[in-house]
Design a protein around this ligand. Structure first.
Ligand code: AMP
Ligand code: MG
Length: 520
Protein backbone atom coordinates (compact mmCIF):
# COMPACT_ATOMS: atom_id res chain seq x y z
CA UNK A 1 0.00 0.00 0.00
CA UNK A 2 1.37 3.43 -0.84
CA UNK A 3 0.66 6.79 0.75
CA UNK A 4 -2.27 7.76 -1.48
CA UNK A 5 -4.68 7.39 1.45
CA UNK A 6 -2.89 10.26 3.21
CA UNK A 7 -3.98 13.88 2.95
CA UNK A 8 -1.40 16.59 3.49
CA UNK A 9 -2.19 20.26 4.01
CA UNK A 10 1.05 22.16 4.51
CA UNK A 11 -0.09 25.41 6.06
CA UNK A 12 3.29 26.33 7.48
CA UNK A 13 4.64 26.60 3.94
CA UNK A 14 1.52 28.05 2.43
CA UNK A 15 0.85 30.81 4.93
CA UNK A 16 4.32 31.87 6.08
CA UNK A 17 7.11 33.46 4.02
CA UNK A 18 9.84 31.08 2.83
CA UNK A 19 13.46 31.37 1.84
CA UNK A 20 13.99 32.09 -1.89
CA UNK A 21 17.00 29.79 -2.03
CA UNK A 22 16.45 26.03 -1.84
CA UNK A 23 18.85 23.28 -0.80
CA UNK A 24 21.20 22.81 2.14
CA UNK A 25 23.84 25.51 1.58
CA UNK A 26 24.52 26.84 5.10
CA UNK A 27 23.35 30.42 5.41
CA UNK A 28 21.67 33.16 7.39
CA UNK A 29 18.02 33.14 6.40
CA UNK A 30 16.36 36.54 6.81
CA UNK A 31 12.67 37.38 6.61
CA UNK A 32 11.61 33.75 6.22
CA UNK A 33 10.15 31.08 8.50
CA UNK A 34 11.36 28.08 6.50
CA UNK A 35 13.68 26.81 3.79
CA UNK A 36 12.81 24.17 1.27
CA UNK A 37 15.27 21.27 1.53
CA UNK A 38 15.03 17.58 0.70
CA UNK A 39 16.18 14.80 2.99
CA UNK A 40 19.47 13.26 1.89
CA UNK A 41 18.93 9.61 0.87
CA UNK A 42 20.67 6.84 2.82
CA UNK A 43 22.08 3.54 1.54
CA UNK A 44 20.05 0.87 3.32
CA UNK A 45 16.97 1.95 5.26
CA UNK A 46 15.46 -0.64 7.60
CA UNK A 47 12.53 -0.09 9.93
CA UNK A 48 13.64 -1.05 13.43
CA UNK A 49 10.56 -0.08 15.43
CA UNK A 50 7.35 1.87 15.22
CA UNK A 51 4.56 2.99 17.50
CA UNK A 52 1.24 1.27 16.75
CA UNK A 53 -0.66 4.05 18.51
CA UNK A 54 0.91 6.81 16.45
CA UNK A 55 0.49 4.89 13.20
CA UNK A 56 -3.16 4.47 14.00
CA UNK A 57 -3.56 8.18 14.93
CA UNK A 58 -2.20 9.00 11.50
CA UNK A 59 -4.43 6.52 9.70
CA UNK A 60 -1.53 4.28 8.66
CA UNK A 61 -2.37 0.59 8.75
CA UNK A 62 0.10 -2.07 9.79
CA UNK A 63 0.55 -3.41 6.24
CA UNK A 64 1.52 0.05 5.11
CA UNK A 65 3.98 0.42 7.98
CA UNK A 66 5.59 -2.88 7.05
CA UNK A 67 6.07 -1.93 3.41
CA UNK A 68 9.34 -1.17 1.66
CA UNK A 69 8.01 2.25 0.75
CA UNK A 70 7.35 3.16 4.38
CA UNK A 71 10.98 2.52 5.36
CA UNK A 72 12.07 4.56 2.33
CA UNK A 73 9.82 7.51 3.14
CA UNK A 74 10.70 7.58 6.82
CA UNK A 75 14.42 7.33 6.12
CA UNK A 76 14.21 10.25 3.71
CA UNK A 77 14.65 8.26 0.48
CA UNK A 78 11.17 8.85 -0.94
CA UNK A 79 8.14 11.07 -0.48
CA UNK A 80 4.44 10.33 -0.35
CA UNK A 81 2.32 12.51 -2.61
CA UNK A 82 1.60 15.80 -0.86
CA UNK A 83 4.81 15.89 1.17
CA UNK A 84 6.87 19.09 0.73
CA UNK A 85 10.02 18.90 2.86
CA UNK A 86 11.23 21.97 4.75
CA UNK A 87 13.46 23.02 7.60
CA UNK A 88 12.16 25.66 10.02
CA UNK A 89 14.07 28.79 10.96
CA UNK A 90 14.39 29.74 14.61
CA UNK A 91 16.84 31.04 17.18
CA UNK A 92 17.27 30.49 20.85
CA UNK A 93 18.95 31.13 24.17
CA UNK A 94 21.34 28.29 24.88
CA UNK A 95 22.61 27.85 28.45
CA UNK A 96 21.56 31.40 29.23
CA UNK A 97 23.09 33.12 26.21
CA UNK A 98 21.52 34.37 23.01
CA UNK A 99 22.76 32.03 20.27
CA UNK A 100 21.34 33.74 17.17
CA UNK A 101 19.94 31.71 14.28
CA UNK A 102 19.79 27.96 15.00
CA UNK A 103 16.93 26.38 13.03
CA UNK A 104 16.27 22.77 12.11
CA UNK A 105 19.86 21.65 11.58
CA UNK A 106 18.97 17.99 11.34
CA UNK A 107 15.21 17.95 11.39
CA UNK A 108 13.25 18.06 8.16
CA UNK A 109 9.48 18.30 8.20
CA UNK A 110 7.69 16.31 5.53
CA UNK A 111 4.24 17.79 5.77
CA UNK A 112 1.13 18.36 7.85
CA UNK A 113 -1.07 15.31 7.73
CA UNK A 114 -4.81 15.63 8.26
CA UNK A 115 -6.22 12.54 9.93
CA UNK A 116 -9.51 12.16 11.75
CA UNK A 117 -10.01 15.90 12.02
CA UNK A 118 -6.58 16.47 13.53
CA UNK A 119 -3.41 17.95 12.10
CA UNK A 120 -0.06 16.23 12.61
CA UNK A 121 3.26 17.53 11.42
CA UNK A 122 5.59 14.68 10.47
CA UNK A 123 9.23 15.49 11.00
CA UNK A 124 12.34 13.41 10.34
CA UNK A 125 15.23 13.86 12.72
CA UNK A 126 18.65 12.94 11.33
CA UNK A 127 17.68 13.16 7.65
CA UNK A 128 20.69 15.15 6.47
CA UNK A 129 21.94 18.72 6.21
CA UNK A 130 19.82 21.83 5.95
CA UNK A 131 20.69 25.54 5.69
CA UNK A 132 20.64 25.49 9.51
CA UNK A 133 23.16 22.68 10.04
CA UNK A 134 26.02 25.13 10.64
CA UNK A 135 29.18 23.00 11.02
CA UNK A 136 27.37 19.71 11.60
CA UNK A 137 26.25 16.80 9.44
CA UNK A 138 22.46 16.78 9.92
CA UNK A 139 22.57 13.16 11.07
CA UNK A 140 21.68 11.34 14.27
CA UNK A 141 23.22 8.27 15.84
CA UNK A 142 21.21 5.18 16.69
CA UNK A 143 21.67 5.51 20.46
CA UNK A 144 20.12 8.97 20.63
CA UNK A 145 17.40 8.03 18.14
CA UNK A 146 16.39 5.02 20.25
CA UNK A 147 16.28 7.32 23.26
CA UNK A 148 14.10 9.88 21.50
CA UNK A 149 11.80 7.24 20.04
CA UNK A 150 11.25 5.42 23.33
CA UNK A 151 10.98 8.44 25.57
CA UNK A 152 8.45 10.23 23.36
CA UNK A 153 6.11 7.30 23.70
CA UNK A 154 6.93 6.58 27.35
CA UNK A 155 6.13 10.17 28.29
CA UNK A 156 2.84 10.04 26.45
CA UNK A 157 1.76 6.95 28.34
CA UNK A 158 2.87 8.53 31.62
CA UNK A 159 0.43 11.34 30.89
CA UNK A 160 3.09 13.98 30.22
CA UNK A 161 2.48 16.35 27.26
CA UNK A 162 5.00 15.42 24.59
CA UNK A 163 5.76 15.17 20.91
CA UNK A 164 5.21 11.61 19.68
CA UNK A 165 7.32 9.22 17.61
CA UNK A 166 6.08 7.20 14.66
CA UNK A 167 9.12 5.30 13.51
CA UNK A 168 12.75 4.47 14.01
CA UNK A 169 14.68 3.56 10.87
CA UNK A 170 18.34 2.58 10.69
CA UNK A 171 20.13 4.07 7.71
CA UNK A 172 22.86 1.51 7.07
CA UNK A 173 25.31 4.40 7.21
CA UNK A 174 27.84 5.29 9.88
CA UNK A 175 27.86 8.63 11.68
CA UNK A 176 31.02 9.79 13.40
CA UNK A 177 30.63 11.21 16.89
CA UNK A 178 32.95 12.15 19.71
CA UNK A 179 30.62 10.95 22.43
CA UNK A 180 32.32 12.78 25.31
CA UNK A 181 34.01 15.56 23.37
CA UNK A 182 37.34 14.10 24.54
CA UNK A 183 39.08 13.67 21.22
CA UNK A 184 37.96 10.08 20.56
CA UNK A 185 35.50 10.20 17.68
CA UNK A 186 34.22 6.87 16.44
CA UNK A 187 31.77 5.72 13.78
CA UNK A 188 28.35 4.72 15.08
CA UNK A 189 25.26 3.40 13.32
CA UNK A 190 23.01 6.18 12.04
CA UNK A 191 19.23 6.37 12.34
CA UNK A 192 16.24 8.55 11.54
CA UNK A 193 13.26 9.06 13.85
CA UNK A 194 9.98 10.38 12.55
CA UNK A 195 8.45 12.52 15.25
CA UNK A 196 4.93 13.77 15.23
CA UNK A 197 3.20 16.77 16.82
CA UNK A 198 0.45 19.24 15.98
CA UNK A 199 3.18 21.90 15.83
CA UNK A 200 6.94 22.10 16.18
CA UNK A 201 6.93 25.86 16.76
CA UNK A 202 9.30 26.82 19.56
CA UNK A 203 9.88 29.87 21.76
CA UNK A 204 12.94 30.50 19.60
CA UNK A 205 10.73 30.73 16.51
CA UNK A 206 9.60 34.14 17.82
CA UNK A 207 12.88 35.15 19.39
CA UNK A 208 14.73 35.11 16.07
CA UNK A 209 12.67 37.71 14.16
CA UNK A 210 12.38 39.77 17.37
CA UNK A 211 16.18 39.80 17.72
CA UNK A 212 16.43 41.08 14.15
CA UNK A 213 13.84 43.78 14.65
CA UNK A 214 11.66 42.02 12.05
CA UNK A 215 8.29 42.83 13.58
CA UNK A 216 6.50 41.98 10.34
CA UNK A 217 7.63 38.35 10.44
CA UNK A 218 7.16 38.22 14.20
CA UNK A 219 3.53 39.26 13.80
CA UNK A 220 2.97 36.85 10.90
CA UNK A 221 4.32 34.00 13.01
CA UNK A 222 2.18 34.93 16.01
CA UNK A 223 -0.97 35.23 13.88
CA UNK A 224 -0.21 31.96 12.14
CA UNK A 225 0.54 30.07 15.35
CA UNK A 226 -2.67 31.31 16.98
CA UNK A 227 -4.80 30.51 13.94
CA UNK A 228 -3.38 27.04 13.36
CA UNK A 229 -2.33 25.84 16.81
CA UNK A 230 -4.69 27.74 19.16
CA UNK A 231 -7.93 28.03 17.14
CA UNK A 232 -10.01 27.92 20.33
CA UNK A 233 -8.70 31.27 21.57
CA UNK A 234 -11.02 34.23 21.78
CA UNK A 235 -10.27 37.95 21.76
CA UNK A 236 -9.06 40.23 19.00
CA UNK A 237 -5.83 42.14 18.43
CA UNK A 238 -3.71 42.49 21.53
CA UNK A 239 -6.17 40.75 23.81
CA UNK A 240 -5.89 37.73 21.56
CA UNK A 241 -2.09 37.82 21.82
CA UNK A 242 -2.49 38.16 25.58
CA UNK A 243 -4.72 35.10 25.80
CA UNK A 244 -2.29 33.19 23.66
CA UNK A 245 0.72 34.04 25.82
CA UNK A 246 -1.27 33.11 28.91
CA UNK A 247 -2.04 29.72 27.36
CA UNK A 248 1.61 29.12 26.51
CA UNK A 249 2.54 29.96 30.11
CA UNK A 250 -0.04 27.69 31.70
CA UNK A 251 0.68 24.79 29.35
CA UNK A 252 4.37 25.10 30.14
CA UNK A 253 3.53 25.03 33.85
CA UNK A 254 1.47 21.86 33.43
CA UNK A 255 4.28 20.16 31.51
CA UNK A 256 7.05 21.00 33.97
CA UNK A 257 4.93 20.00 36.98
CA UNK A 258 4.54 16.58 35.35
CA UNK A 259 8.32 16.33 34.85
CA UNK A 260 8.77 16.83 38.59
CA UNK A 261 6.03 14.32 39.31
CA UNK A 262 7.61 11.50 37.28
CA UNK A 263 11.29 12.29 37.88
CA UNK A 264 12.19 13.49 34.37
CA UNK A 265 15.08 15.83 33.69
CA UNK A 266 15.02 17.38 30.23
CA UNK A 267 18.71 18.27 30.31
CA UNK A 268 18.74 20.97 27.59
CA UNK A 269 15.99 23.45 28.32
CA UNK A 270 17.27 26.01 25.85
CA UNK A 271 14.54 28.24 24.42
CA UNK A 272 14.87 26.53 21.03
CA UNK A 273 13.84 23.34 22.83
CA UNK A 274 10.66 24.81 24.35
CA UNK A 275 7.49 23.99 22.46
CA UNK A 276 4.85 26.69 22.06
CA UNK A 277 2.25 23.98 22.75
CA UNK A 278 3.82 23.04 26.08
CA UNK A 279 4.96 19.66 24.78
CA UNK A 280 8.15 17.99 25.91
CA UNK A 281 10.35 18.31 22.83
CA UNK A 282 13.89 17.46 21.70
CA UNK A 283 14.91 14.42 23.66
CA UNK A 284 18.69 14.69 23.93
CA UNK A 285 20.68 14.12 27.10
CA UNK A 286 17.55 13.75 29.22
CA UNK A 287 17.44 11.43 32.20
CA UNK A 288 15.34 9.95 34.98
CA UNK A 289 16.10 10.58 38.61
CA UNK A 290 16.96 7.34 40.39
CA UNK A 291 18.73 7.92 43.74
CA UNK A 292 16.96 11.13 44.55
CA UNK A 293 18.93 14.34 44.10
CA UNK A 294 17.30 17.62 43.10
CA UNK A 295 20.67 18.83 41.80
CA UNK A 296 21.20 15.94 39.41
CA UNK A 297 21.58 16.59 35.70
CA UNK A 298 22.21 13.84 33.17
CA UNK A 299 23.83 16.30 30.77
CA UNK A 300 27.62 16.14 31.05
CA UNK A 301 27.87 19.09 28.66
CA UNK A 302 26.16 21.06 31.45
CA UNK A 303 28.19 19.53 34.31
CA UNK A 304 29.94 22.83 35.09
CA UNK A 305 27.03 25.24 35.35
CA UNK A 306 24.42 22.56 36.15
CA UNK A 307 21.83 24.91 34.78
CA UNK A 308 19.40 22.18 33.77
CA UNK A 309 19.15 20.09 36.91
CA UNK A 310 16.06 18.25 38.05
CA UNK A 311 14.88 20.49 40.86
CA UNK A 312 15.23 23.85 39.10
CA UNK A 313 13.30 23.09 35.92
CA UNK A 314 10.40 25.27 37.05
CA UNK A 315 12.69 28.28 37.47
CA UNK A 316 14.32 27.64 34.10
CA UNK A 317 10.93 27.37 32.41
CA UNK A 318 10.02 30.74 33.94
CA UNK A 319 13.27 32.26 32.69
CA UNK A 320 12.51 30.89 29.22
CA UNK A 321 9.01 32.35 29.31
CA UNK A 322 10.52 35.73 30.17
CA UNK A 323 12.64 35.44 27.01
CA UNK A 324 9.50 34.67 25.03
CA UNK A 325 7.69 37.61 26.62
CA UNK A 326 10.53 39.89 25.61
CA UNK A 327 10.40 38.58 22.07
CA UNK A 328 6.64 39.15 21.86
CA UNK A 329 6.74 42.60 23.47
CA UNK A 330 6.70 44.47 20.10
CA UNK A 331 3.17 43.12 19.64
CA UNK A 332 1.98 44.85 22.83
CA UNK A 333 1.54 48.53 23.76
CA UNK A 334 2.03 47.72 27.41
CA UNK A 335 3.71 44.94 29.32
CA UNK A 336 0.90 44.15 31.77
CA UNK A 337 -0.59 41.26 29.72
CA UNK A 338 2.83 39.64 29.44
CA UNK A 339 3.39 39.99 33.17
CA UNK A 340 -0.06 38.50 33.73
CA UNK A 341 0.98 35.44 31.72
CA UNK A 342 4.15 35.03 33.73
CA UNK A 343 2.19 35.33 36.97
CA UNK A 344 -0.27 32.75 35.66
CA UNK A 345 2.66 30.42 35.08
CA UNK A 346 3.63 30.62 38.75
CA UNK A 347 0.04 30.20 39.95
CA UNK A 348 -0.69 27.31 37.65
CA UNK A 349 2.56 25.59 38.51
CA UNK A 350 1.79 25.88 42.22
CA UNK A 351 -1.72 24.49 41.68
CA UNK A 352 -0.46 21.57 39.56
CA UNK A 353 2.30 20.81 42.01
CA UNK A 354 -0.21 20.74 44.89
CA UNK A 355 -2.53 18.45 42.94
CA UNK A 356 0.38 16.12 42.21
CA UNK A 357 1.62 16.09 45.77
CA UNK A 358 -1.72 15.23 47.34
CA UNK A 359 -2.16 12.44 44.80
CA UNK A 360 1.39 11.13 45.18
CA UNK A 361 1.14 11.10 48.97
CA UNK A 362 -2.52 10.02 49.08
CA UNK A 363 -3.72 12.98 51.13
CA UNK A 364 -7.20 13.67 49.77
CA UNK A 365 -7.91 17.42 49.91
CA UNK A 366 -4.93 19.77 50.11
CA UNK A 367 -4.26 21.26 53.55
CA UNK A 368 -1.73 23.66 55.00
CA UNK A 369 1.40 21.79 55.88
CA UNK A 370 1.15 19.30 53.00
CA UNK A 371 3.86 21.06 51.02
CA UNK A 372 6.15 20.80 53.99
CA UNK A 373 5.35 17.11 54.34
CA UNK A 374 6.34 16.61 50.69
CA UNK A 375 9.51 18.69 51.05
CA UNK A 376 10.51 16.60 54.05
CA UNK A 377 9.94 13.37 52.16
CA UNK A 378 12.07 14.58 49.26
CA UNK A 379 14.76 15.56 51.75
CA UNK A 380 14.67 12.06 53.24
CA UNK A 381 14.90 10.49 49.79
CA UNK A 382 17.98 12.60 49.20
CA UNK A 383 19.72 11.85 52.51
CA UNK A 384 18.70 8.21 52.30
CA UNK A 385 19.84 7.95 48.63
CA UNK A 386 16.54 6.33 47.80
CA UNK A 387 15.16 5.57 44.37
CA UNK A 388 12.52 8.19 43.62
CA UNK A 389 10.19 5.99 41.55
CA UNK A 390 10.35 2.98 43.88
CA UNK A 391 9.95 5.06 47.04
CA UNK A 392 6.86 6.94 45.91
CA UNK A 393 5.29 3.81 44.50
CA UNK A 394 5.91 1.95 47.76
CA UNK A 395 4.05 4.56 49.81
CA UNK A 396 0.75 3.17 48.54
CA UNK A 397 1.60 -0.11 50.27
CA UNK A 398 2.34 1.40 53.68
CA UNK A 399 -0.50 0.91 56.17
CA UNK A 400 -1.28 4.39 57.54
CA UNK A 401 -2.57 2.92 60.79
CA UNK A 402 0.62 0.93 61.42
CA UNK A 403 3.33 2.35 59.16
CA UNK A 404 6.18 -0.07 58.52
CA UNK A 405 9.29 0.43 56.46
CA UNK A 406 9.14 -2.89 54.62
CA UNK A 407 7.57 -1.68 51.33
CA UNK A 408 10.30 0.97 50.98
CA UNK A 409 13.24 -1.40 51.43
CA UNK A 410 13.78 -1.98 47.71
CA UNK A 411 14.34 1.75 47.18
CA UNK A 412 17.67 1.97 49.03
CA UNK A 413 20.95 2.15 47.11
CA UNK A 414 23.27 2.25 50.11
CA UNK A 415 23.09 0.46 53.48
CA UNK A 416 24.97 3.35 55.12
CA UNK A 417 22.57 5.99 53.82
CA UNK A 418 19.67 3.71 54.81
CA UNK A 419 20.92 3.42 58.37
CA UNK A 420 21.42 7.15 58.55
CA UNK A 421 17.90 8.01 57.42
CA UNK A 422 15.90 5.30 59.20
CA UNK A 423 14.90 7.12 62.41
CA UNK A 424 13.75 10.26 60.59
CA UNK A 425 12.02 8.21 57.90
CA UNK A 426 10.15 6.20 60.53
CA UNK A 427 9.00 9.42 62.13
CA UNK A 428 7.91 10.81 58.76
CA UNK A 429 5.94 7.65 57.93
CA UNK A 430 4.04 8.00 61.23
CA UNK A 431 3.18 11.64 60.52
CA UNK A 432 2.24 10.75 56.96
CA UNK A 433 0.02 7.94 58.20
CA UNK A 434 -1.81 10.31 60.54
CA UNK A 435 -2.29 12.84 57.78
CA UNK A 436 -3.59 10.12 55.43
CA UNK A 437 -6.11 8.93 58.01
CA UNK A 438 -7.24 12.52 58.64
CA UNK A 439 -7.85 12.82 54.89
CA UNK A 440 -10.75 10.40 55.26
CA UNK A 441 -10.41 8.68 51.88
CA UNK A 442 -11.28 5.02 51.63
CA UNK A 443 -8.28 2.74 51.46
CA UNK A 444 -9.26 1.57 47.99
CA UNK A 445 -9.75 5.07 46.62
CA UNK A 446 -6.48 6.33 48.11
CA UNK A 447 -4.50 3.44 46.65
CA UNK A 448 -6.06 3.96 43.26
CA UNK A 449 -5.12 7.65 43.25
CA UNK A 450 -1.59 7.04 44.52
CA UNK A 451 -0.87 4.29 41.99
CA UNK A 452 -2.10 6.56 39.18
CA UNK A 453 0.24 9.36 40.25
CA UNK A 454 3.35 7.27 41.00
CA UNK A 455 4.48 5.19 38.02
CA UNK A 456 5.84 1.69 38.52
CA UNK A 457 7.87 1.84 35.30
CA UNK A 458 9.85 4.78 33.95
CA UNK A 459 12.38 4.80 31.14
CA UNK A 460 15.40 4.41 33.36
CA UNK A 461 18.59 5.44 31.58
CA UNK A 462 20.17 1.99 31.88
CA UNK A 463 17.05 0.28 30.50
CA UNK A 464 17.26 2.41 27.39
CA UNK A 465 20.98 1.67 27.21
CA UNK A 466 20.39 -2.10 27.30
CA UNK A 467 17.95 -1.74 24.41
CA UNK A 468 20.52 0.39 22.56
CA UNK A 469 23.29 -2.20 23.07
CA UNK A 470 21.08 -4.85 21.49
CA UNK A 471 19.94 -2.55 18.69
CA UNK A 472 23.54 -1.76 17.82
CA UNK A 473 23.97 -5.52 17.27
CA UNK A 474 21.00 -5.38 14.89
CA UNK A 475 18.47 -6.76 17.36
CA UNK A 476 15.43 -4.51 17.92
CA UNK A 477 13.79 -6.78 20.53
CA UNK A 478 14.94 -4.67 23.48
CA UNK A 479 13.26 -1.61 21.98
CA UNK A 480 10.04 -3.43 21.23
CA UNK A 481 9.88 -4.95 24.69
CA UNK A 482 10.65 -1.66 26.45
CA UNK A 483 8.09 0.16 24.33
CA UNK A 484 5.53 -2.46 25.38
CA UNK A 485 6.39 -2.11 29.09
CA UNK A 486 6.18 1.68 28.89
CA UNK A 487 2.69 1.53 27.39
CA UNK A 488 1.30 0.74 30.85
CA UNK A 489 3.61 2.49 33.29
CA UNK A 490 1.13 2.56 36.18
CA UNK A 491 0.15 -1.12 36.01
CA UNK A 492 1.86 -4.00 37.73
CA UNK A 493 3.12 -6.21 34.91
CA UNK A 494 3.78 -9.72 36.21
CA UNK A 495 6.96 -11.16 34.72
CA UNK A 496 8.36 -7.72 33.95
CA UNK A 497 9.57 -6.82 37.45
CA UNK A 498 13.11 -6.45 36.10
CA UNK A 499 12.02 -3.26 34.32
CA UNK A 500 11.03 -1.69 37.63
CA UNK A 501 14.31 -2.49 39.41
CA UNK A 502 16.55 0.16 40.84
CA UNK A 503 19.66 0.91 38.83
CA UNK A 504 22.13 -1.99 38.87
CA UNK A 505 25.68 -1.32 40.00
CA UNK A 506 27.15 -1.72 36.50
CA UNK A 507 25.16 1.28 35.32
CA UNK A 508 26.37 3.72 37.96
CA UNK A 509 29.20 5.24 35.93
CA UNK A 510 28.44 3.70 32.54
CA UNK A 511 28.28 6.11 29.60
CA UNK A 512 24.71 6.51 28.44
CA UNK A 513 23.33 5.56 31.85
CA UNK A 514 24.50 8.28 34.19
CA UNK A 515 26.42 10.50 31.80
CA UNK A 516 25.13 11.83 28.52
CA UNK A 517 26.35 14.56 26.27
CA UNK A 518 24.74 16.60 23.53
CA UNK A 519 26.77 14.61 20.95
CA UNK A 520 23.82 12.86 19.48
P1 AMP B 1 19.84 20.66 20.32
O1 AMP B 1 20.72 21.05 21.47
O2 AMP B 1 19.89 19.21 19.97
O3 AMP B 1 18.46 21.18 20.46
O4 AMP B 1 20.47 21.36 19.03
C1 AMP B 1 20.69 22.74 18.93
C2 AMP B 1 20.85 23.15 17.49
O5 AMP B 1 21.90 22.42 16.88
C3 AMP B 1 19.60 22.92 16.64
O6 AMP B 1 19.51 23.99 15.75
C4 AMP B 1 19.93 21.63 15.94
O7 AMP B 1 19.23 21.52 14.72
C5 AMP B 1 21.44 21.74 15.73
N1 AMP B 1 22.08 20.43 15.62
C6 AMP B 1 22.30 19.54 16.62
N2 AMP B 1 22.90 18.44 16.15
C7 AMP B 1 23.08 18.62 14.81
C8 AMP B 1 23.64 17.84 13.75
N3 AMP B 1 24.16 16.63 13.96
N4 AMP B 1 23.62 18.36 12.52
C9 AMP B 1 23.11 19.58 12.28
N5 AMP B 1 22.57 20.35 13.22
C10 AMP B 1 22.55 19.89 14.48
MG1 MG C 1 16.82 21.37 19.64
Amino acid sequence: MDGTNLHFDNRFLRELPGDSETGPRRREVLGAAWSQVDPTPVVAPRLLAHSHEVASLLGLDEAQVGSREFADVFAGNALYAGMQPWAANYGGHQFGNWAGQLGDGRAISLGELLADGRRWELQLKGAGPTPYSRGADGRAVLRSSVREFLCSEAMHHLGVPTTRALSLVVTGEAVVRDMFYDGHPRPEPGAVVCRVAPSFIRFGTFELPASRGDTTLLRQLADFCIARDFPELGGVGQSRYAEWFLQVCTRTAVMVAHWLRVGFVHGVMNTDNMSILGLTIDYGPYGWVEDYDPDWTPNTTDAQGRRYRFGTQMQVAYWNLVRLAQALSPLFDEMAPLQAGLDAFRDRYAAEDRAHLVAKLGLGQFRDGDELLMAQFRELLHTGQMDMTLAFRALAEVDPAAPALAPLEEAFYSPEARAQVLPALGDWLRRHGQRVLAGGQSQVERRRIMLAANPRYVLRNWLAQEAIDLAEQGDPSGITELLEVMRHPYDEQPGREAYARRRPEWARERAGCSMLSCSS
